[in-house]
Write a protein that binds this ligand. Sequence first.
Ligand code: CTP
Length: 408
Amino acid sequence: MRVPADAEQIIEKLNEHGFEAYVVGGCVRDSLLGKEPEDWDITTSAKPGEVKAIFSRTIDTGIQHGTVTVMLNRQGYEVTTYRVDGEYEDGRHPKSVDFTTSLLEDLKRRDFTINAMAYNGREGLVDAFGGMEDLENRVIRCVGSAVNRFTEDALRILRAVRFSAQLDFRIEDETYEAISLIAPNLEKVSKERIATELTKLLLSGHPEKMKRVSDTGASRYISEPFFKAAVLSKGELRPLGCLPAVKYMRWAGCLRREQGETAADILRDLKMDCDTMDRVKILVSRWRTPIAAEKPAIRRVMNQIPGDLFDSLLCFQEVFAGEVGEGYGETLKMVKTLAEEIREAGDPVNLKELAVDGRDLMAAGMNPGPALGKTLNALMEQVLERPECNERAYLLRAAGLKNGIKES
Ligand SMILES: Nc1ccn([C@@H]2O[C@H](COP(=O)(O)OP(=O)(O)OP(=O)(O)O)[C@@H](O)[C@H]2O)c(=O)n1
């Protein structure tokens, strides 16, 4: 396994001071799968205070959970003391923590065999629970008793489905059975943690595995409104994988049968960020409406939604073209070509690009107030229809104002 030089250095330094240290968890799993790990976590026999005494630059990112971040070459490495923990309170950290002096004890309390391997240059791979075999057989299996692992942290139920979707692994029988049994505990897990897992699942290569969550009955304890609204039939979920792996696109795909407002409410309940919520709302409320293959109609849509969302909308409609209407795929091709031409020509599609603004109208004699906004919108409407009208003198005349007052 190729461990980055910085992580090696941290392990060696801990060794020099008489402590054990290994890279552990997701980074070991991903390396063995030939993927580049996002971050390298280190587990050690050193207590947080001892870690801090050894390294010159550290941050107390989770000292109460035994985690100290060691900074090396502007990169942060989470160094966590061997621990055996109780309930989890967020994705990585338990509420309470008991330290242990044994690597095996630490590995034993981890969720899945594929996540319970450690490695260092001296000892090689430490794989006490058959993680490597499960990686080879493409299996998600809890370490030891699945009931116990899920009882320690019910979010692990969703993690099991999420890893099976990310890696395209099957869930081993005992683990699968324990899901239904412990699922009621999901009711106590915070919405934020749940939403993070659901997002990872939706962004995975197999978002259709979301169906697993309802098959096991776990959906009932997560978000009734979401699972009621979500398109969950396997065939209908599969196209989600054709959408770009962009958070709001995948959520919108899953909630596409809903009204925009309802979709937003569901996401609000899951404590989703506002930007995602707004984008999902726009996509969900607009995607079923076909766009006519005519430039004014296209410019109007460009005017109505934020710039970067226009392409997302077309992409979304492309994936679900059959659901928009028969033959819509062909129309969409023309829409795309015309949209390209609109952009190349630099046609004005929003108020900022209009050749007059509120100040121009006031300088030409208009009083401030709602009428001014209405006039600007009416002028915009004209320009969306005929972009060649986007000329100051023409627009002022069209607004019923005398041209040139501003200059005089
Ligand atoms: N509820 C949890 C969360 C984490 N872990 C352990 O902590 C490691 C790191 O957790 P995390 O960073 O959340 O997951 P990764 O496995 O690294 O995967 P990803 O980064 O894709 O979430 C996991 O590999 C696993 O050993 C666990 O046992 N139970």
